[in-house]
Design a protein around this ligand. Structure first.
Ligand SMILES: Cc1ncc(COP(=O)(O)O)c(C=O)c1O
Length: 395
């Protein structure tokens, strides 16, 4: 049987990992500035994470949500404490899309409405409602198409006000990433998030903070929405939550009441996933990783801003993006194949950096040195190519 070919693959097989490094099948070391797509929060194969999963595996990996699972409660307590949302309720599931799907559905159960406001360049996942609320028609199948989603321009306060003025009482929820990830690292303005909060309150709509990528400390605060001083009604979480172990969840404000059967999942909240998620929170607390993300993120952003050829350096904490000029369009590839560094991208020419929150200053400096060399080499190559094509034209 062959694999269903949906991913454009780099011809590299990663077979082991530690901290911010990964190794391929030939033993070649790579610096991971991509965090396996923002998933690696505390560092690959962190010893505490490995031990907690191993210990749990010896006891029990899974039993269904038909019985009390004490480690779920333990996780909820710790998550409440670290996120500052102690009065919220936790529902556990398995992926970012599932978290958003549940959040959107729960909002609709809560207020009995159908319309959802989402934003241009958003990405919320690939399940039916999550993908319908994602601004990328090429991944929306005909069966996912719905008139219930209203796409508005990101950070456009006037458009948001107009929409609520016209249809406010039909809006079930507003879903927004605090920092858009797949869309190219676009930060939601504090005043925009505050306006969403205000309009949701005035109209009985639910504010959903998609924190799948920008949450869990990546921005230097637990949730990227915290920078704006607003609280959402529902926070969705996934990527960094398990440091690579599949686990996701939603935090639900106290005014949204549960009903038996309203949401459900077979695998969500299993003992093994909870052990992985608890290990992540313990390490985040023990190693002060929010502070590391904040300080090392500021350092990296400032250094990147000093590289003149990189445009529009932006981000918060360790969620950083910059635009590269056409001449450097192969920068990501060059970093990977010539300098052995993984980075992320957003089409067409944005490089995204999403390293582990535990990345060190030395690793950041190594990255910066490689980046400058890669830029220099590509610039020289492009000058040569231009000269050659001019020669050809003269002939
Ligand atoms: C902001 C955001 N929401 C949702 C998702 C979907 O998460 P998953 O791939 O775990 O379903 C992603 C994935 O990249 C994301 O970046």
């Amino acid at each position: 049987m062959k694999l269903f070919d949906v991913y454009p693959l780099n011809n590299i097989a990663i077979t082991s990992a530690k901290g911010s490094y990964v190794w391929d099948a030939d033993g070649i070391q790579y610096l991971d500035m991509y965090g396996g797509h923002a998933v690696i929060s505390i560092g690959h194969t962190h010893p505490h994470w490995v031990k907690r999963i191993e210990d749990q595996l010896e006891k029990i990996a899974f039993y269904s949500n038909s019985v009390i699972i004490p480690i779920q409660q333990e996780l909820a307590l710790k998550l409440g404490k670290l996120s500052g949302k102690e009065d919220y309720q936790l529902f556990l599931c398995n992926s970012g899309a599932e978290a958003n799907e549940n959040a959107l559905k729960l909002a609709s159960f809560y207020n009995g409405r159908k319309k959802i406001i989402a934003f241009k360049k958003s990405f919320h996942g690939r399940t039916s409602l999550a993908v319908a609320a994602t601004d990328n028609p090429s991944i929306v199948a005909p069966v996912n198409e719905t008139d219930n989603i209203i796409f508005l321009p990101f950070n456009d306060e006037a458009a948001l006000k107009d929409c609520f003025a016209e249809q406010g009482k039909e809006i079930s929820s507003v879903i927004i990433e605090g920092i858009q990830g797949v869309g190219g690292i676009n930060i939601a303005n504090a005043s925009f998030l505050q306006l969403i909060r205000q309009l949701c309150d005035e109209n009985g709509a639910v504010y959903i903070a998609d924190s799948v990528q920008c949450g869990y400390g990546r921005s230097g605060q637990f949730f990227a929405h915290d920078h704006a001083g607003v609280t959402a009604d529902i926070y969705t979480m996934a990527k960094g939550m398990g440091n690579g172990f599949p686990v996701a969840g939603i935090l639900i404000a106290p005014h949204i009441q549960p009903k038996h059967g309203m949401l459900g999942t077979t695998f969500g909240g299993n003992q093994l996933a909870c052990a992985a998620a608890l290990a992540v929170l313990e390490v985040i607390e023990e190693e002060n990783l929010l502070n590391n993300a904040k300080e090392n993120g500021e350092y990296l952003i400032n250094k990147l801003k000093a590289i003149a050829i990189l445009k529009n350096v932006r981000g918060r904490g360790l969620m950083i993006g910059f635009d590269v000029p056409e001449d450097l369009k192969d920068l990501k590839k060059k970093l990977l194949f010539d300098f052995k560094i993984f980075t992320g991208e957003a089409k067409p020419t944005v490089i995204r950096l999403l390293p582990s929150l535990a990345i060190t200053r030395k690793q950041i400096d190594d990255f910066l040195e490689a980046l400058e060399e890669a830029i220099e080499e590509l610039s020289e190559e492009s000058v040569k190519q231009k000269a050659e094509s001019e020669k050809q034209m003269e002939k």
